[in-house]
Design a protein around this ligand. Sequence first.
Ligand code: UD1
Length: 336
Amino acid sequence: MKGKVLVTGGAGYIGSHTCVELINEGYEPVIVDNFSNSERFVIDRIREITGVKCSLIEGDCTNQNFLESNLKSLDLVGCIHFAASKAVGESSKLPLKYYHNNIASTVAILAVLEKINCPNFVFSSSCTVYGQPDILPVTENSSIKPAESPYGRTKQMCEDIIRDCYNAGQGIKAFALRYFNPIGAHPSALIGELPLGTPNNLVPFITQTAIGKRAELTVFGNDYNTPDGTCIRDYIHVVDLAKAHVKAIKKLIVSNESVFDVINLGTGHGNSVLEVIESFEKVNGIRLNYKIGPRRNGDVEKVYADCSYAKDTLNWKTELSLEEALKDAWNWEKTL
Ligand code: UD1
C-alpha cells in the first residue's frame, strides 16, 4: 500500500468512485462520512468492487476536535475533501446550512491537516464558479463571476481559503478541481448517484423517468442561442473524474514544493440537453417521455471546459464517452 488517504464524504457519489480508484492505484482510503446524504451500503459495495474494506470514521467534518482525535494517529499521506452540501436550490433557502457545512468543514480539515503535518489536499470545486462564461471553452484563467447561489459562493470561498493558506507560506500543497457535469455510475452498477427526493440534475431525472418513477422529463427551454435551442454542458463520466482525483493527490504526494492550483475537469466538448436525451434513447434502446418546457431560472446557456491544463498538469484526460456514461447510469438505475 502506498499510504492512507483521507476521503471526506467518501460514501457519496464522487467520493465512493474515488475510493475505488484509490484502491486500484494501491492507496488505502480512510472514509469520514456522517451519512447525511449517502448510504452505509456504499462501503460494502466498494469492498465488493475492489476486494478491500475501507476504514470508516463516522462523524461530522465541521467538528475539529472529532477530526483531530481520529486522524492524529493515522499517518495520512493526503486528503481529498468532498464532504459538503450540494443542492443549488436548497442553498438559496437554507444559506446558513451551506455556509456551515461547506465552509466550517473546510476550515476544520485544513486546521487539522496542518497540525498533523499532512500538507497534501485536493478540494472538490465546481465550474459553477465561472457563471456564464464570456469565452468558450472555459480555461482556468476565465473570470470568476459573482456566484448565482450560496452553494456556488461556498465553492468560491473555499478556494479563497485554501489560496490564503498557501499564501501564508505554511507549506500546503493543494489542488482545487473544478468539475463540469459529473454523470454516470460505476460499470459494475454497484455504486452510483443516489439523489434525495426529486432529482434536480438532468441524468438522474432521465433515468428515473425511463424507469417510471417520474411521469415525464421537462426540457428547460429550447429557445437558447444553441444549434438545437437547448442548453449545452460538458458531461463527464464519474469514473474519469475519480481517476483525476487519484492523479491529483499522487502528484501532490510526490512533489516537494508548496503549491495551490485550480484545474478544470471536463471532456472538452459540450452536448445539448436534446443530444443527451437522444443518446440515452439510442444506447439503451428506450423511448423517453419528455416535453419542452420553459427555461429554468439561473441556467447558463452553454458551458464546456478547456481541459488542456489537466492534461499538462496531471497527465489526465477523459477516456469514457457520453454513451458509456448514459449506459452505466441506466444500469445503475435498474438496480435501485
Ligand atoms: C448543476 C449545478 C452545478 C453542479 C452541477 C452538477 C446549477 C445552476 N448548477 O449544473 O453547480 O456542479 O449541477 O451537479 O444548478 N435540465 C432539463 N431538465 C431537467 C434537469 C435539467 O432540461 O429536469 C437541463 C438544465 O436546464 C441544464 C442541463 O439539463 O441545461 C443540465 O442541468 P443539471 O444536470 O441540473 O446541471 P447544471 O445546471 O449544469
